[in-house]
Design a protein around this ligand. Structure first.
Ligand code: COA
Length: 317
C-alpha cells in the first residue's frame, strides 16, 4: 500500500476525545456467572475490567463533543463525519445520521465498518476527503460490543466491551501527518469471527490470535516501508486493544519495545473501533506524544481486516 502521494493536501489531528460508559464490569463480576476467574482473564488477555452501556450514537456524541472542544472547531465548520462502527444502533440509517443531528453538523455523514480495524480505515478515508478538498473532518470510532456478546459464553464474554474515541482532522499547508497507510482484507477468514444480524459474536479464539499477530505485523511493516522509516524510529505504537499477549507478540516481532506501546485494555477490554482512539487519546492526554514524533497506529479485526498508519505528529507545514 502507498505512501501518501506527494503534493496531496495534508491534514493533522487538532482535537481528540473519548467516552466510556459509567458501568464498570470487573472480572470478579463475570466470575459470578461464568466458569472463569480474575486470574485466568488477566493472565490470558491482560483485561481486569471493562465498561458496558450506552448506545453507539450516545457514546459517539460524547467523545466527538470532547474532540470538537479540544480543537476549538465549531460544528458548522465540519465538512464530513466518518463514523467507524461494527455495532450500529440501527440497520438503517447509519448511526452517523443521529450523531450528525445531535452535534448540529451540517455536512455529509456516513458509517464505515471494518470491525476492529475500522478506525484506521476511517482515518484513511478522512485524509482522502481532505486531499480532494474537505477542510475539517470529524472521525469517530465507537462500538457497543456488549449488545452482541453472549454473556453466557466465557470464550467471548470476558473480552468485549463498549467505548468511543474521536478526532478532528484539519487540512494544513504542508504535507501533513500521514506519511503512509495500509488497509488489508482477507474475506476467506470470515467464519473465524462473526455475528449474524440479531445474533451474538462467534469466535475461533486461537486461530484469530495466530492470524492477528501475523496480519498486524505485516500491515505495520508495509506502512513503515512506505513511509521510509524503521520501527526503531517509532516513538509510540497504538495497537488494537484485543489481548495484551497479541500486542506483546506483535511489538516483539516489529522490534518495538513494549514501553513504547499505548495500552488501555486493562480497564477497557476490547472495544473494537474505539480501541485505537481510546489508547491514542489516553497517550495524548498523558503527554506521551510530542510534535515531530512518529506514531504507528495498527489494528486487526473480523473480516479479517488489518490497517495501519504512520503519522508524524503535528504534521509539518
Ligand atoms: N475462563 C477460564 N477458562 C477459559 C476461558 C475463560 N474465560 N476461556 C477459555 N478457557 C479455557 C479453554 O476452555 C481451555 O480449556 P481446555 O484446555 O480444558 O480446553 C483453556 O482455557 C485454554 O483455552 P485457549 O483457547 O487455549 O486459551 P488461549 O490462551 O488461546 O486464550 C483467548 C483464549 C480467547 C483469550 C485468546 O485465544 C485470544 O485472545 N484470541 C484472540 C481473540 C481476539 O483478539 N478477538 C478479537 C479480534 S478483534
Amino acid at each position: 500500500m502507498p505512501a501518501t502521494s506527494p503534493g496531496a493536501r495534508g491534514a493533522t489531528i487538532t482535537g481528540w476525545g473519548s467516552a466510556l460508559p459509567s458501568k464498570v464490569v470487573t472480572n470478579a463480576d463475570l466470575a459470578r456467572t461464568l466458569d472463569t476467574s480474575d486470574e485466568w482473564i488477566k493472565e490470558r488477555s491482560g483485561i481486569a475490567e471493562r465498561r458496558v452501556g450506552g448506545s453507539t450514537a450516545e457514546l459517539s456524541i460524547e467523545s466527538a463533543r470532547r474532540a470538537l472542544a479540544k480543537s476549538g472547531v465549531d460544528p458548522s465548520e465540519i465538512d464530513a463525519l466518518v463514523l467507524s462502527t461494527t455495532t450500529p444502533d440501527r440497520t438503517v440509517p447509519a448511526t452517523s445520521a443521529r450523531v450528525q443531528n445531535a452535534l448540529a453538523l451540517t455536512c455529509g455523514a456516513f458509517d464505515v465498518n471494518a470491525a476492529c480495524s475500522g478506525f484506521v480505515y476511517a482515518l484513511t478515508v478522512a485524509h482522502g476527503l481532505i486531499a480532494i478538498g474537505a477542510r475539517k473532518v470529524l472521525v469517530i470510532g465507537t462500538d457497543t460490543l456488549s449488545r452482541i456478546t453472549d454473556w453466557t459464553d466465557r470464550n467471548t464474554a470476558v473480552l468485549f466491551a463498549d467505548g468511543s474515541g474521536a478526532v478532528v482532522l484539519e487540512a494544513c499547508d504542508g504535507p501533513g501527518q500521514l506519511l503512509a497507510w495500509d488497509i488489508d482484507s482477507d474475506g476467506s477468514a470470515e467464519e473465524l469471527l462473526y455475528s449474524d444480524i440479531g445474533g451474538h459474536i462467534h469466535m475461533e479464539g486461537k486461530e484469530v490470535f495466530r492470524r492477528a499477530v501475523r496480519i498486524m505485523v505485516d500491515s505495520a511493516q508495509k506502512s513503515l516501508t512506505a513511509a521510509g522509516v524503521s520501527a526503531e524510529n517509532i516513538s509510540l505504537v497504538v495497537p488494537h486493544q484485543a489481548n495484551i499477549r497479541i500486542i506483546e507478540a506483535a511489538c516483539e516481532r516489529l522490534g518495538i519495545p513494549m514501553e513504547r506501546a499505548a495500552t488501555v485494555l486493562r480497564y477497557t477490554g476490547n472495544t473494537s473501533s474505539a480501541s485505537i482512539p481510546l489508547a491514542l487519546v489516553d497517550a495524548l492526554d498523558a503527554g506521551r506524544v510530542h510534535a515531530g514524533d512518529l506514531v504507528l497506529l495498527v489494528g486487526f479485526g473480523a473480516g479479517m481486516t488489518a490497517g495501519s498508519a504512520v503519522l508524524r505528529w503535528g504534521g509539518s507545514t
